[in-house]
Design a protein around this ligand. Structure first.
Ligand SMILES: Cc1cc2nc3c(=O)[nH]c(=O)nc-3n(C[C@H](O)[C@H](O)[C@H](O)COP(=O)(O)O)c2cc1C
Length: 341
């Protein structure tokens, strides 16, 4: 069903600020997903009018350099790069983004480390950060970030403790007038996009919904697991040792769920015996996830690898081109807006 024109124009108006900030047709960001968000998916999203983001993850500076160059060969549209704050070569990675003239850098994994914000802004790029709570959002705004993502616990990958609907209610009325805010976590259809835009969001960020895009290089087994799964299969990891705070990860339940418990026991014991310090223990946990995700996304080992996925996985029903996913989301959003008008 084609939505009435009023729905389309209302959607365009609601997305205008976010689209202008991103330099895109529509204010839909594809959240960076380690191993999945490489040149093919990123370029496909930007070419379809959205905003693709390269997941740098644990890439070396040379690999990021090549990935940005590869993406530029596939699209002339804007795209961003997601950097993890605890990467040991963070400053070098920022310089590489600067050399390529990357317009937007997304910093994930906590507050920007000393000097990183200034360094990113000095390249001319806009800085997007994650704000997991209102107090932190205000602090980030004071420090000069250009936009924020608020991501609820329905999301795939590393998650905070609060749901998207609550974060949106708590944060949008307070901060959405000050800078563009993109809402993420659990968005699978356009009706939800329309709702968050009407609440004041400048746009949205989706990850899970794009994993099974035709252009995504994720292994066919990984995609099949997504297509089969329902919302309740995407569960958050459990922390087993109070002394070892681990950030929960949402993924489809499989044998690796138990392997993670064993890994935590092993690292907690090393911590007890003084064989590793806390920072090293946490880094070991992060390396574990990166390796496990690679095993599933690239090698297709969907039993022992990590199947990071959000609760919206139940709304992923087939493999389809990015352009069709974005078109469906826009149509659902426009129809919803027309109906509610
Ligand atoms: C397989 C997978 C890998 C992810 N890897 C990263 C990552 O490397 N860095 C990051 O900031 N977010 C990562 N995320 C989170 C996404 O960027 C995005 O914010 C999230 O998927 C949005 O919620 P949704 O899954 O409910 O759409 C990942 C998510 C998934 C599903």
């Amino acid at each position: 069903m084609t939505p009435p024109r009023s729905g389309r124009s209302r959607l365009t108006a609601l997305m205008a600020r976010g689209a202008e900030f991103l330099g895109t047709d529509v204010a839909i960001l594809a959240g960076a997903m380690s191993w999945v968000s490489e040149r093919n998916l990123v370029a496909a999203i930007s070419n379809a009018g959205g905003f693709g983001v390269i997941a740098c993850g644990a890439m070396t500076p040379a690999l990021l350099d090549a990935e940005i160059a590869g993406t530029k060969a596939l699209t002339t549209r804007p795209f961003g790069v997601n950097l993890i704050t605890m990467h040991p070569d963070l400053m070098e990675l920022i310089d590489i983004c600067g050399r390529h003239g990357v317009g937007h850098v997304v910093l994930a994994g906590g507050l920007p480390p000393a000097g990183s914000l200034e360094r990113i802004k000095a390249t001319g790029a806009k800085l997007i950060c994650f704000a997991p709570a209102l107090a932190l959002a205000k602090k980030l705004i004071r420090s000069g970030v250009d936009a924020l993502v608020i991501e609820g616990m329905e999301a795939g990958g590393h998650i905070g403790p609060v749901s998207t609907s609550v974060l949106a209610q708590e944060m949008l009325p307070e901060i959405a007038r000050q800078l563009p805010v993109f809402v993420a976590g659990g968005i699978g259809r356009g009706e939800a996009i329309a709702a968050y835009l009407e609440m004041g969001a400048a746009g949205v960020q989706l990850g899970t919904r794009f994993v099974c895009a035709t252009e995504s290089i994720a292994h066919p087994n990984f995609k099949k697991a997504f297509i089969r799964a329902s919302a309740r299969d995407a569960i958050a990891s459990v922390q087993i040792d109070p002394r070892l705070p681990v950030i929960p990860v949402r993924a489809l339940k499989n044998a690796s769920t138990e392997l993670f418990t064993a890994k935590q026991r092993e690292v907690a014991q090393a911590l007890d015996e003084g064989r590793v310090a806390m920072a090293e223990a946490q880094l070991q946990i992060e390396h574990y996830w990166a390796g496990a995700l690679r095993r599933a996304v690239i090698d297709g080992d969907v039993e022992h690898g990590s199947l990071m996925a959000g609760q919206s996985v139940g709304m992923v029903t087939k493999e389809e081109p990015v352009a069709e996913i974005i078109a469906a989301l826009l149509e659902e959003a426009a129809t919803a807006l027309a109906t509610r008008a």
